[in-house]
Design a binder for this molecule. Structure first.
Ligand code: NAI
Ligand code: MG
Length: 357
């Protein structure tokens, strides 16, 4: 039997709640499929670990994860620890050394869920955002000096390399090519940022010649926010820098109904290292421990994980079970305006999996 080793890391806030739900659903997927098994190892890294050890994870944390086939990650962030400490100490401390340079964010309006856009009932909004996940505005390069003095200076340097832009463009064009519409929008800001973003545009045009069957266009990021709201059906696959895609994907999640259903995957396309699958949302302190966190984002990313592991049938079966569940408004959690608990949604998806063919 095929067997996969999965590192499960709930992290902070509602992270452990949605990840334990995700592990349950993944076990139901494996059982239903019968062709593979999943072997989970739990990691307690995160803010509690930080309070005990002064670090978010052990120094060799990323190396420990190399032994796994994939990582299922919840969220990181605590009210009493600065966000840049938690984010750089755990999530980015995994993504960067494991070179998960393609962050992939599918957005669709699932059955039963209402988009805040008046003219969108479903098929008009079906996007995948590809976010550059290793450099750009979040490269971590910069510094701060003369703290507290009038001459204090602080700098975050955006870094773009030819190799980094080439590999993300190639990934995005290939993904666009694999989708029915073969349509890619390259998001840029080369009018105002006249060095790196101009190179970004040039490399997009170079890589486009390798994909003659993909139709592509270029859009300034500010105009892109308007297009997403006003003409969503003109968009299919999107590629954008780390910062731009970070912002656009929260907008995309909201347009698809809720942050609580939006998934993401941090992919190392060469498969030299394990990829990491997570809900887009954060640790949501306001609802932690209440049992009402929406687990759908985690289930959707679990489906992406199965697909990445080479189990497309199980991935599609899980996606159908998710859609079967969202179609029933009584199974919506409060973020979607419904009465359901995390437990009820999880049970419903497991039940739908057992019934699925
Ligand atoms: P958030 O995503 O945690 O919450 C935003 C709003 O959405 C809250 O009202 C929350 O209750 C709601 N929400 C989020 N996920 C939900 C779910 N699954 N079900 C129902 N409602 C849900 O973002 P916020 O409040 O900006 O950040 C909280 C903490 O999370 C911060 O420390 C932040 O740094 C961290 N964060 C971590 C991320 C990660 O680990 N990838 C991503 C975003 C934020
Ligand atoms: Mg974000």
């Amino acid at each position: 039997m095929r067997s996969y080793r999965i590192a499960a890391m709930g992290g902070d806030g509602i992270g452990p709640e949605v990840i334990s739900a995700g592990v349950e659903v993944l076990k139901a997927c494996a059982e239903r499929d019968g062709g593979f098994q999943l072997d989970f190892t739990d990691f307690d890294w995160g803010s509690d670990y930080y309070r005990k050890h002064g670090v978010m994870m052990p120094a060799d944390g990323a190396d420990q994860l190399r032994a796994f086939d994939a990582i299922l990650f919840g969220a990181v962030g605590a009210p009493d620890i600065p966000d840049h400490v938690t984010l750089w100490g755990l999530r980015l401390a995994i993504c960067q050394p494991l070179d998960q340079y393609a962050n992939v964010r599918p957005t669709r309006v699932l059955p039963g869920i209402t988009s805040p856009l008046r003219n969108v009932s479903g098929p008009e909004l079906d996007w995948v955002i590809v976010r550059e996940n290793s450099e750009g505005e979040y490269s971590g390069v910069g510094g701060r000096a003369h703290r507290g003095l009038p001459i204090e200076v602080a700098q975050d340097v955006s870094i773009m390399t030819r190799a980094g832009v080439q590999r993300i463009m190639r990934y995005a064009f290939r993904l666009a090519q694999s989708r029915p519409r073969k349509l890619l929008t390259v998001v840029t800001k080369s009018n105002a940022q006249r060095h790196a973003m101009v190179m970004w545009d040039e490399i997009a045009a170079e890589i486009a010649t390798e994909f003659p069957d993909v139709t592509w266009d270029k859009m300034l990021v500010d105009a892109m926010t308007m297009r997403m709201v006003i003409k969503p059906a003109t968009i299919d696959t999107i590629v954008a820098s780390n910062l731009h895609a970070d912002i656009l994907s929260d907008l995309a999640a909201a347009l698809a109904g809720s942050l609580g259903i939006a998934p993401t995957a941090n992919i190392n396309p060469e498969r030299d290292t394990p990829s990491m699958f997570e809900p887009i949302h954060g640790s949501a302190f306001d609802i932690t421990g209440k049992g009402i966190a929406n687990p759908i984002a985690t289930f959707w990313t679990a489906s992406m994980m199965l697909d990445h592991l080479g189990e497309p049938n199980a991935a599609q079966r899980l996606m159908r079970a998710i859609e079967h569940t969202t179609a029933n408004p009584n199974l919506h959690t409060p973020d979607l305006g419904g009465p359901a608990t995390t437990r009820q949604v999880t049970d419903a998806v497991c039940e739908a999996l057992r019934m699925a063919n």
